[in-house]
Design a protein around this ligand. Structure first.
Ligand SMILES: CSC[C@@H](O)[C@@H](O)C(=O)COP(=O)(O)O
Length: 360
């Protein structure tokens, strides 16, 4: 059975607690936006698409249990809760996307005065709920585009992919983005092996990606982050495929810390470097990567593992959770549901308006 990052049925919502993986599979119930904010902030759920979806579904489940006095009251509440959810994690654009799209639709409904308060409330809920299914469909489409693009380079051969962090079923509503490409290659029997980095300091690679690869019986090999260059030199890597937290208009891409050094090494070793990003992770409102806010995480993520100290007490730490890979290093292309794009094509393909049309 496929790994499920969340369960949402008839207004009941629970998420898989990823902090307990790979040791324990336990779901946490989400009843409102505060619960949603907490699981995102604590990284019980993580991954750019998933945190956007969890934000949307937290709002949906909360609204199902509420009654409002007026459309103004509903609008005020939704605005306040979405703003609050956006504050949970800053780098991934996905929660802001949910915020912008839901508010624009709600405002249009309120202004049109064609629907009753109850109908408007129901529409916000169903639109928030739609993110889950939309995400899986988008991932399957982008995975196919990415895999076909890579296979076209290696006519008839099986390929060996290096990936970073976790971008699979656990980072999305299902199938995955970069790991979706790997999954699709495996389904086509064209994947020889997927190498995954540990992804220090939070170990999304060793805890989550390795878990997914083993669970889904995809041939996988774990490496330490520091082994990536020699892997490219000696292990015949066909392509590096990573996910994204935010791809901006010029193609610069924020993703998990360590992505940038993989791109530098890939360029040196002439290995094509791909970013897999659904439209919900593309932010054409920012023009360059310098404008992306990078989340800094607590030093305890570096100095201890599961509460056990691994660093010299008293050492200062710097723990940026993400880095920005310049567009010029994304030599393979940006894999999206609209095809594999060059950075210069992003603005045309992903205006905010187009994104809304694609999602609903
Ligand atoms: C499809 S997930 C893409 C990215 O969100 C992923 O690579 C990543 O950087 C996740 O970071 P995380 O800190 O685990 O939320």
């Amino acid at each position: 059975m496929a790994l499920q990052s969340l369960h949402y049925t008839n207004g009941q919502f629970e998420v898989l607690d990823q902090l307990l993986l790979p040791h324990e599979i336990k779901y946490v119930t989400i009843k409102n936006c505060e619960d949603g904010w907490n699981v995102i902030k604590r990284m019980q759920v993580r991954g750019a698409p998933l945190i956007g979806i969890v934000a949307a579904l937290s709002l949906a489940v909360e609204l199902r249990a509420m009654t409002f006095e007026s459309t103004d009251h509903l609008f005020e509440h939704v605005t306040k809760q979405l703003e609050y959810l956006v504050t949970s994690r800053p780098t991934a654009v996905n929660i802001s996307e949910v915020n912008d799209q839901l508010l624009a639709k709600l405002l249009a409904d309120v202004l049109s005065k064609k629907l009753s308060l109850k109908e408007i409330q129901e529409r916000v809920i169903t639109e928030a709920e739609a993110y889950e299914l939309a995400d899986v469909n988008i991932n399957m489409t982008l995975a196919r585009h990415g895999a076909e693009h890579i296979l076209a380079r290696y006519q008839g051969q099986s390929v060996r992919i290096l990936t970073h962090c976790n971008t699979g079923s656990l980072a999305t509503a299902g199938y995955g983005t970069a790991l979706g490409v790997v999954r699709y290659l495996h389904e086509q029997k064209r994947l020889e092996r997927c190498f995954c980095t540990e992804t220090r300091p939070y170990n999304q690679g060793s805890r989550l990606t390795a878990f997914e690869l083993v669970h889904d019986k995809i041939p996988g090999t774990l490496i330490c982050d520091s082994m990536a260059s020699v892997l490219m030199k000696e292990q015949n890597i066909s392509a590096v495929v990573v996910g994204a937290d935010r791809v901006v208009a010029n193609g610069d891409t924020a993703n998990k810390i360590g992505t940038y050094q993989l791109a530098v090494a890939a360029k040196y070793h002439k290995v094509p470097f791909y970013v897999a990003a659904p439209g919900t992770s593309i932010d054409v409102n920012l023009s360059s990567g310098d404008e992306i806010e990078i989340e800094e995480r607590p030093s305890s993520e570096m100095t201890a593992i599961n509460g056990v100290a691994i660093a010299a007490p008293g050492i200062d730490c710097w723990n940026p959770a993400f880095d920005v890979t310049p567009a010029e290093l994304i030599t393979g292309g940006i894999i999206t549901e609209l095809g594999v794009l060059a950075p210069s094509q992003l603005e045309d393909k992903f205006t905010t308006k187009d994104r809304e049309k694609k999602m609903f």
